[in-house]
Design a protein around this ligand. Sequence first.
Ligand code: FAD
Ligand code: NAP
Length: 343
Amino acid sequence: MENTYQILKDVNLATRTTFGVPAQAARLVEVDSVAVLQEIIKSGESIQLILGGGSNLLFTSNLTGLVLQNKILGREILEEQGDDVLIQFGGGENWHETVGWTLDQNLFGLENLSLIPGTVGAAPIQNIGAYGVELMDRFEFLTAIELSSGKSFTFNRDACNFAYRYSIFKGPAKGRFFITSVTLRLSRKAELNLDYGALKTILANKNIRDPKPKDVSEAVIEIRQQKLPDPKMLGNAGSFFKNPIIPLAQFSRLKQLYPDVPSYPAGVGEVKVPAGWLIEKAGWKGKRIGNTGCHVDQALVLVNYGNATGREIAAHAERVIHSVKKTFGINLEKEVNVWGTPD
Ligand code: FAD
Ligand code: NAP
């Protein structure tokens, strides 16, 4: 049978990722249906990487194998019960447009996750989160195709093993499945989460006393546009590192040395320390080395000043990790997926 898909050759990945570093895929298919995915798997060709919107990836070399980019679209209401609505989204849908669409339908729960780049299918991978809300809060189940067998699997919330910026797809199931759809449980009733200080402040400044979900979404968008570099202007992949979660005893020692260190509760006996604060305190905020550096307003974001290679940015990340370890004794873990051969 004739292929129903087109294999693109020598594809420039710089324009398909938000870091915009030079990298090529020898072969790339834009997968727009499960049937096409099954056909590719049946062909026996080995799949090197699944690409969504490329907003959490740093390439440090070219990709010699086959890359599949998720372009599976679709939105379907599966069930409505009382205020609850179960909706399935194609994995290739754009996340931010999806959030906007839900708000237009008076479906609430995703407002704090506005303006996060990338696809719906990648959202469960690191359990995307912002302003006190995580994907897992609204997640019901996902469907995924196993790349080795072509078999279809359903993962409910427990099976995904979600945690802080983590799921099974960043752990033991990494690279094994192509997520084709994600089903979320949204609500007709707004239950707003306004815990984050910046969100409270901006709503107060706008004199919005009884915010609606759209107000919250607009406030989140405004804060993000003020604070974060726009990848179209300055290549980046958002926060490069996770906020470390450390034992209380270690935090007490840190607090004695640095009384101004911020922290947030993170479960029994542990606290979360903002990585941005650690990086800034270690002297890296706004510091540029060659074509890369830590952003001037948000030290946690590594940026491409125009001509950086993936290796340069990866080397900068290692410098920051080493420096934070030396200064505070804390290990920073990368949040961004670094892909390629090391130096
Ligand atoms: P990609 O970068 O394309 O891929 C990420 C990883 O998932 C890769 O390992 C890839 O192989 C894998 N993958 C992608 N799609 C699939 C699939 N369908 N099946 C299986 N594996 C797949 N993240 C947050 O959590 N919170 C934020 O607030 C946030 N803000 C950001 C702000 C900016 C400016 C930027 C640039 C990034 C930000 N991010 C944030 C990170 C990023 O947007 C998210 O992690 C997003 O979910 C990545 O989606 P993507 O489609 O771009 O994934
Ligand atoms: P911020 O408001 O300057 O706060 C710094 C850090 O402190 C955040 O990372 C956040 O942790 C934590 N924090 C702040 N208020 C908190 C509260 N009330 N309870 C618990 N933790 C709190 O953060 P920011 O850098 O401007 O980012 C704002 C939000 O957008 C954060 O949720 C952040 O994760 C998200 N964001 C994520 C990315 C990414 O690429 N992952 C990029 C930009 C923004 P958490 O990160 O755990 O929320």
